[in-house]
Design a binder for this molecule. Structure first.
Ligand SMILES: [Mn+2]
Length: 327
């Protein structure tokens, strides 16, 4: 029985400044190739590691064209939500997002701690998952699952799982922290776009093949080629990475000359304001408690300093004024 894993597609309608291609066309090609790989290998299920979308509610026209490509899949698709799929890093908002809508419609199945079983009569596989939530890396609980009534347990998470400590300022979880605790035979992670080389420990496997789209022009992203992971469970655990043939070399699609710190900050600010507006739209009565929740989520996940928080609050006041103006 085979499974295909890919992650962090960040489907979006607009091309980031630092990319020289048309990202929607590029994504169509990539998703088409992923569907082809899944069908050619006759996988039993496709698993997405989260951040299917770049924002919780992207434009339906473009997204219809992109998500529609998954109709070509001959196997069911499973997913965990990423931080970009939800509002304010809060999993409780999932039902208000496009991903939540697709799950409600039955197009994609959300993986949770409640196991789903895939059984071909030869191998019985348990699937569980933990989507992104602002406190996911506060402790290891989201990464640890039990294994019941199956041959192989696969657990999928969207969190900062790393094979070694690379970030001083960001919360993360190391494979070393969970490898003795989890009973999953295979742990699949999304979130960290660069991915890491698989870790194999006492018959347990830990993977993050990296995002299939290179959104930043970080030097490591320019070198990296997007890939998916094919897992074969017919006799033991075998796997191989498949590089996407349609993916162009980094220097062809990523433009270093447009590295502009200010522009990056502007994108982050626009994204933040969008979250505020969306939250204010449904809980209009108390925007400041929404602000506090969003800021706290960001503080927890990104370790924001007080200066940054104060600046956020100042900009919130501006945004609120704009909202009252009917923007
Ligand atoms: Mn992501």
């Amino acid at each position: 029985m085979k499974f295909l894993f890919f992650t962090d597609t960040h489907l979006r309608s607009t091309t980031p400044e630092n990319r020289t291609d048309d990202i929607v066309e590029t994504m169509k090609e990539k998703l088409t190739e992923v569907v082809q790989i899944a069908n050619d290998n006759k996988v039993s299920a496709v698993i997405h590691g989260g951040d299917l979308f770049d924002i919780p509610n992207p434009g339906l026209g473009t997204m219809g064209d992109l998500v529609g490509i998954f109709k070509g899949l001959e196997a069911p698709m499973y997913i965990v939500n990423g931080n970009h799929d939800i509002y304010g890093h809060n999993i409780a908002t999932l039902n208000r997002t496009l991903l939540g809508f697709l799950i409600a419609m039955g197009n994609i199945t959300l993986l949770t701690r409640e196991p789903v079983y895939v059984d071909d009569g030869n191998v019985r596989v348990q699937l569980t998952g933990a989507g992104y939530q602002y406190d996911i890396d506060d402790d290891i609980s989201s990464y640890v699952v039990s294994k019941d009534n199956c041959d192989v347990a696969i657990h999928t998470v969207h969190g900062m799982l790393l094979n070694r400590a690379v970030f001083p300022d960001v919360r993360y979880t190391l494979v070393d922290d969970i490898k003795d605790k989890t009973h999953a035979d295979i742990t699949l992670a999304g979130h960290y776009h660069l991915g890491f080389d698989e870790v194999i420990y006492n018959g347990k496997y830990f993977f993050n093949p990296g995002s299939i789209v290179r959104l930043s022009n970080h030097p490591a992203e320019i070198k990296r080629m997007p890939k998916v992971l094919l897992i074969d469970l017919d006799s033991g655990i075998a796997y191989r990475y498949i590089k996407l043939k349609c993916a162009k070399a980094g220097p062809e699609v990523l433009d270093r000359s447009k590295v502009e710190e200010a522009r990056f900050r502007e994108e982050k600010r626009a994204y933040f304001l969008q979250e505020i507006r969306a939250a204010a739209g449904t809980r209009r009565t108390d925007p400041y408690s929404i602000l506090d929740a969003v800021v706290k989520a960001r503080q927890d996940s990104e370790g924001l300093s007080k200066d940054v928080v104060d600046e956020v609050k100042r900009r919130f006041a501006e945004a609120e004024a704009a909202l009252k103006g009917g923007m």
